[in-house]
Design a binder for this molecule. Structure first.
Ligand SMILES: NC(=O)c1ccc[n+]([C@@H]2O[C@H](COP(=O)([O-])OP(=O)(O)OC[C@H]3O[C@@H](n4cnc5c(N)ncnc54)[C@H](OP(=O)(O)O)[C@@H]3O)[C@@H](O)[C@H]2O)c1
Length: 289
């Protein structure tokens, strides 16, 4: 079992619940963060902080001192332009270069299941291309890897679908998603580092129950305790049209189209056998918000 983990992207929506579980499982976790001040306010006190940026190889090299595993929680921001620096490819290339002289035992990366929608129904999106490039870069790096492919996180209901007192839906969701809580996923990540096989690993990550976006949002509305929420529905065409003028709307139109149409079978039995079964239902998650 390894004990030292360098976590990159800890301050992210899905970084926070995972790093909490790694700390609880007893790992010595160092977070490489861009702002020490901001990180101090949101990360557990047990986490050692080191200032660094994936755009800066020297800072990556410093952060890698004495580390055994690197865990990546990176993303493409909704406002990120196609020709910008992408942490999941450009940042990853910087990291892989530094790892040649400062090797670790394993590289773990949070991907997503919905990027598999690329190429279905004529759908092609540069963001999924970046995500697929990241997978290839990791697989070709010659370092043992673990790649996680999660379904939609319950956290996205409270942070992305919920905007103020409204829950936003767009288009018609045809397919169901196995929503997973960040806490359950974090426990599985911790277990993956505890058992640490020698071979490369790829895990699909899914929760206990599957819902369409409409069903999940309705359940969220019913069980949310703090205030009355209303559900707003927009035709996807309007968001697509707005996407001609706004990078953020363009991102929204693409991700919604993919999530509404991606057929997600249940594929996580092996993950549950090896890393443990999730425990948190969507109703419980909403009740704890
Ligand atoms: N939402 C879902 O339901 C879902 C489902 C499946 C998969 N995923 C995947 O989960 C991943 C993570 O999502 P998230 O919501 O946690 O992302 P996020 O909130 O945007 O977090 C990204 C993290 O990357 C850090 N970062 C950005 N630029 C950096 C740089 N140059 N150097 C070092 N660190 C940098 C950010 O730090 P700062 O605090 O400094 O900005 C932040 O901690 C995404 O790739 C997404 O596709 C999401």
């Amino acid at each position: 079992m390894v004990s030292k983990i360098l976590f990159i992207g800890a301050t992210g929506m899905l970084g926070k619940p995972v790093i909490k579980q790694l700390v609880q499982a007893g790992f010595q976790v160092t977070a490489m963060v861009r702002s020490l001040e901001e990180a101090k306010n949101v990360l557990p006190k047990e986490v050692q902080l080191v200032q660094g940026d994936l755009q800066d190889k020297q800072s990556i090299a410093q952060a890698l001192d004495n580390q055994e595993v690197v865990y990546l929680n990176l993303s493409i921001k909704q406002t990120e332009k196609r020709n910008a620096f992408h942490t999941e490819t450009d940042g990853l290339r910087n990291l892989l270069e530094v790892l040649k002289t400062k090797p670790v035992q394993r590289l773990a990366y949070l991907s997503s299941v919905v990027q598999r929608y690329q190429g279905t129904n004529g759908f092609h999106w540069w963001v999924f291309e970046v995500k697929q490039q990241a997978i290839q870069l990791i697989k070709q790096a010659g370092i043992s890897y673990t790649i996680f492919y999660p379904s939609n996180f319950m956290e996205s209901l409270s942070s992305l679908y919920k905007q103020g007192n409204r829950l936003l839906l767009a288009g018609k969701a045809k397919e169901k998603m196995y929503f997973i809580a960040g806490e359950d996923y974090g426990r599985q990540v911790a277990e993956s580092f505890r058992i640490l096989p020698t071979e490369n690993k790829e895990y699909d990550i899914q929760g206990l129950e599957a819902f369409t976006a409409d069903e999940a949002v309705t359940l969220f509305q019913q069980h949310y305790k703090h205030t009355k929420l209303t559900i707003s529905r927009a035709p996807l065409g309007i968001i697509k049209f707005a996407g001609n003028f706004s990078t953020k709307m363009n991102y929204a139109a693409h991700i919604i189209e993919a999530l509404n149409n991606y057929h997600e079978p249940f594929t996580s039995q092996t993950t549950w056998n090896e890393l443990g079964k999730p425990k948190i239902t969507l109703t419980q998650f909403v009740g704890n918000q």
